[in-house]
Design a protein around this ligand. Structure first.
Ligand SMILES: Nc1nc2c(ncn2[C@@H]2O[C@H](COP(=O)(O)OP(=O)(O)OP(=O)(O)O)[C@@H](O)[C@H]2O)c(=O)[nH]1
Ligand SMILES: O=C([O-])CC(=O)C(=O)O
Ligand SMILES: [Mn+2]
Length: 616
C-alpha cells in the first residue's frame, strides 16, 4: 500500500515507512530535511495509486486526459518551452579527480558541487509532495539486480517512471530482503510553492543541474522535468552511473537497441545497434522486414547492458520497461509496430499536438494533416501555421510489453547471446550504407570515430556533425579514453570466436540530388540480411580502405525501388571524402590526450595507410 506521511514538526518518517532499510530511511530523512516537502509519499506502483496521481495531475493542468478511443487510458503533457530536451551543458560528472571525468564531460570538484547542491535543494520542495520511488533497472530476478531509489517532487515523473522501469512494492521488498545496494537519485523541478501560491502546469527552474557522483554512485537532478533530465533510471543511471559500474565489474552499459532477426531458415540472430539520440534506434528496434521470410522481434530500443555469459559469449538485456520514443516521424507507414503499441493506450505523450477529438497528433503520424490542432504550446494550429504542431523532441512514453513483436527473451533475466553490433550515425556524406569491421578492435575504431549530425534530442544547434563515440558522447560516466580502453579489455571476457561482429551503418547518406540515397526504415532489413549472411560467411563483400562493404549484387534489392545511381551513392567509399575524414578523426583523437588505447591509434595509422594507397 502507498503510504503518505505529512511533514509536521516531529513527524515520524521511519515509523510510517514501508521499509526497515536503514540506509534508505536515512536517505529519505536527509532529503526531506533538506528540501522540506509538505508530504512524503512512498510509491507502491499500483494501479490505484496511478489513478490517483494522474487524477491530481489532470486537476493541476499538467496532464490532459485523452478522450479519443484511439488513445485509451492515455494523457498529454506540455512542458515549459524552456524545458524540452536533455541539457548537456548542465550535466556534470563529479569524479574525485578531474582526469576521471575526461574531456567529454563537464566536471566540478565534488565537495564544491555538493555545496552548490545543498544551496539549490534547500527548501526546494516546499509546498510539494516528495515521492519516493524504489526501482530496478533490468530484472528483479537478475543475478545482480541494479536497484535505485528516486526521490522526486514531480508526480509526472512518478507516472512516467512507472512506464519506463519496474517500480514499487515488489522492488522495495527485494531491496529489503537482499539488503541490497541502491543508487540514491534525487530530483526536484526546483519550484517551491509559498503558502497559497498557485502552481503552474509545468513547474521547472531556469537554473539546471544534472549531476552524477560516479564513485559514490549518486545522482542529483535539479530544475528540469523533462525526459532524461528527470527520469533518472534512464540516461543518468542506466548509462552514466552504470557505465562506471560496468567498468569496475567487467561489462558494458550502452546506448543501443536490441533486435532479434529470424531468417527464412528459422535461425535467430540478436543484433544491437548504437545510434545517437534521434538517429533511428526505436525505428530499427521495431522494424517490419520487407524481405520475404524474414521476421523481426524486439528486445529494446534505447539502452543495452552487455555482460559476459558463462559460455564465453556476450549476453544482452534491456534494463528498461518502456519506450520514451521520438514522436515526430513515427507513423503507421514508417513504424506500425510503435503505433500498435501506442494504440493499446496507457501512454503519456509530451509536447505532441492535441486533436479536436481528444487525441494527439504529430508530424509524420498520418499521411494527411488535420485541419485544426492545438499545438504543443497551446496555440491554435492549422496546416498554414509556420511552426510544427509537435515539438521536434516530442515523445511518447509507452509500456514495452504492449509491443506485439516483443521477443519473449525480453523477459529472460540473463538476456540473450549477442551476435552483432551496429554503430550508426546521421551522415550526409562519406560513410557508406554498411561496412563490416576486420575484427573487434577495428570495430571499436568504428565506434570510437562514430559521428553524427546533432538532433533536437538535446539543447543546442541541430545538424552539426560531431563525433559521438559509440553514440555515448553525452552518457559516458568517466574518461572517454578509459572507456575505449575498457571496450578493448572487455573482449578478453569472451571467447574470440564468440565475439559479436561489428558493423558501421549510415541510413542518412545523400545522393547527388540531395535526397536520401537509401530508402531506409523497413528497407534496412536488406542491410540486416547482409549482416547475417556475413556472420554465416555466405555473402560477398569487397575489401575497401575502411573495411568490408557489400558488392552491389550481395545486397538483396529484390523488389526495391532504387536507382543504380542511388545504390552506388549509398555504398561508395570515396578516397577524397576519407582523406578529409582522416583529418577530422586526427583532430578528434588529439582531444583524448594520452588515454586513447594504443590499439585504436594503430587502427588510425592503418586507415591512413590504406586510404593513401587507394588514392595514390
Ligand atoms: N531517412 C531515414 N530516417 C530515419 C530512419 N530511421 C529513423 N529515421 C528518423 O530518425 C528520427 C529518430 O528516429 P528514432 O528511431 O526515434 O531515434 P532514436 O535513436 O530511437 O532516438 P532517441 O530516443 O533520442 O535515442 C525520426 O525522425 C525518424 O523518422 C531511416 O532509416 N532513414
Ligand atoms: O534521454 C532522453 O531524454 C531521450 C533519449 O532517449 C535520448 O536523448 O537519447
Ligand atoms: Mn536514446
Amino acid at each position: 500500500m502507498a503510504t503518505t506521511v505529512a511533514m509536521e514538526p516531529g513527524a515520524d518518517i521511519a515509523g510510517n515507512a514501508p521499509t526497515k532499510n536503514e540506509r534508505l530511511l536515512r536517505f529519505v530523512a536527509e532529503i526531506a530535511e533538506l528540501t522540506t516537502p509538505e508530504k512524503i509519499h512512498w510509491v507502491d506502483g499500483s494501479e490505484e495509486e496511478h489513478r490517483q496521481l494522474t487524477d491530481e495531475l489532470v486537476e493541476a493542468g499538467t496532464l490532459t486526459r485523452l478522450t479519443s478511443p484511439d488513445f485509451p487510458n492515455s494523457f498529454a503533457a506540455f512542458s515549459d518551452p524552456a524545458d524540452v530536451a536533455r541539457v548537456e551543458s548542465r550535466t556534470f560528472i563529479c569524479s574525485e579527480q578531474e582526469r576521471d571525468a575526461g574531456f567529454t564531460n563537464n566536471w566540478c570538484e565534488p565537495s564544491e558541487m555538493r555545496e552548490t547542491l545543498q544551496g539549490v535543494f534547500d527548501g526546494c520542495m516546499r509546498g510539494r509532495t516528495m515521492y519516493v520511488i524504489p526501482f530496478v533497472m533490468g530484472h528483479l530476478d537478475a543475478e545482480d539486480p541494479k536497484f535505485g531509489v528516486e526521490i522526486t517532487d514531480s508526480a509526472y515523473v512518478v507516472a512516467s517512471m512507472r512506464i519506463m522501469a519496474r517500480i514499487g512494492t515488489d522492488v522495495l521488498k527485494k531491496i529489503d530482503e537482499l539488503g541490497a545496494f541502491f543508487v540514491p537519485a534525487v530530483h526536484s523541478v526546483g519550484a517551491p510553492l509559498a503558502p497559497g501560491q498557485q502552481d503552474v502546469p509545468w513547474p521547472c527552474n531556469d537554473e539546471k543541474y544534472i549531476v552524477h557522483f560516479p564513485e559514490t554512485r549518486e545522482i542529483w537532478s535539479y530544475g528540469s522535468g523533462y525526459g532524461g533530465n528527470a527520469l533518472l533510471g534512464k540516461k543518468c543511471y542506466a548509462l552514466r552511473i552504470a557505465s562506471v559500474m560496468a567498468r569496475d565489474e567487467g561489462w558494458l552499459a550502452e546506448h543501443m537497441l536490441i533486435l532479434k532477426l529470424t531468417s527464412p531458415q528459422g535461425k535467430s540472430y540478436y543484433i544491437s545497434g548504437a545510434f545517437p539520440s534521434a538517429c533511428g534506434k526505436t525505428n530499427l528496434a521495431l522494424i517490419d522486414p520487407t524481405l520475404e521470410g524474414w521476421t523481426a522481434e524486439t528486445l529494446g530500443d534505447d539502452i543495452t547492458w552487455i555482460r559476459p555469459g558463462k559460455e564465453g559469449e556476450f549476453r544482452v538485456v534491456n534494463p528498461e520497461a518502456g519506450y520514451f520514443g521520438v514522436a515526430p516521424g513515427t507513423g503507421w507507414h514508417t513504424n506500425a509496430n510503435a503505433m500498435r503499441a501506442i494504440a493499446k493506450g496507457n501512454s503519456i505523450f509530451t509536447n505532441c499536438a492535441l486533436t479536436d477529438d481528444g487525441g494527439v497528433w504529430w508530424e509524420g503520424m498520418t499521411p494527411e494533416t488535420p485541419e485544426h490542432l492545438v499545438d504543443w504550446r497551446g496555440q491554435d494550429w492549422t496546416p498554414d501555421s509556420e511552426a510544427p504542431a509537435a515539438h521536434p523532441n516530442a515523445r511518447f512514453c509507452t509500456p514495452i510489453d504492449q509491443t506485439d513483436m516483443l521477443a519473449e527473451e525480453y523477459f529472460a533475466p540473463d538476456g540473450v547471446k549477442l551476435d552483432a553490433i551496429l554503430f550508426g550515425g546521421r551522415r550526409k556524406t562519406t560513410v557508406p550504407l554498411v561496412t563490416e569491421s576486420r575484427d573487434w578492435n577495428h570495430g571499436i575504431f568504428f565506434g570510437a570515430t562514430l559521428s553524427s549530425a546533432t538532433t533536437a534530442a538535446a539543447e543546442g544547434a541541430v545538424g552539426q556533425v560531431r563525433r559521438d563515440p559509440m553514440a555515448m558522447l553525452p552518457f559516458i560516466g568517466y574518461d572517454a579514453g578509459d572507456y575505449l580502453n575498457h571496450w578493448v579489455r572487455v573482449s578478453g571476457e569472451a571467447e574470440a570466436d564468440k565475439l559479436p561482429k561489428i558493423f558501421l551503418v549510415n541510413w542518412f547518406r545523400r545522393n547527388r540530388d540531395g535526397g536520401f540515397a537509401w530508402p531506409g526504415f523497413a528497407e534496412n532489413s536488406r542491410v540486416l540480411k547482409w549482416v547475417v549472411e556475413r556472420i554465416e560467411g555466405t555473402a560477398e563483400a569487397q575489401e575497401t580502405p575502411i573495411g568490408f562493404t557489400p558488392t552491389p549484387e550481395a545486397l538483396d534489392t529484390t523488389g526495391l525501388d532504387i536507382t543504380e545511381a542511388d545504390l552506388h551513392d549509398a555504398l561508395k567509399v570515396d578516397g577524397q571524402e576519407w582523406a578529409e575524414e582522416l583529418a577530422d578523426i586526427e583532430n578528434w583523437f588529439a582531444r583524448f590526450g594520452d588515454s586513447l588505447p594504443d590499439s585504436i591509434v594503430a587502427e588510425l595509422d592503418e586507415l591512413r595507410r590504406r586510404v593513401k594507397t587507394s588514392t595514390a
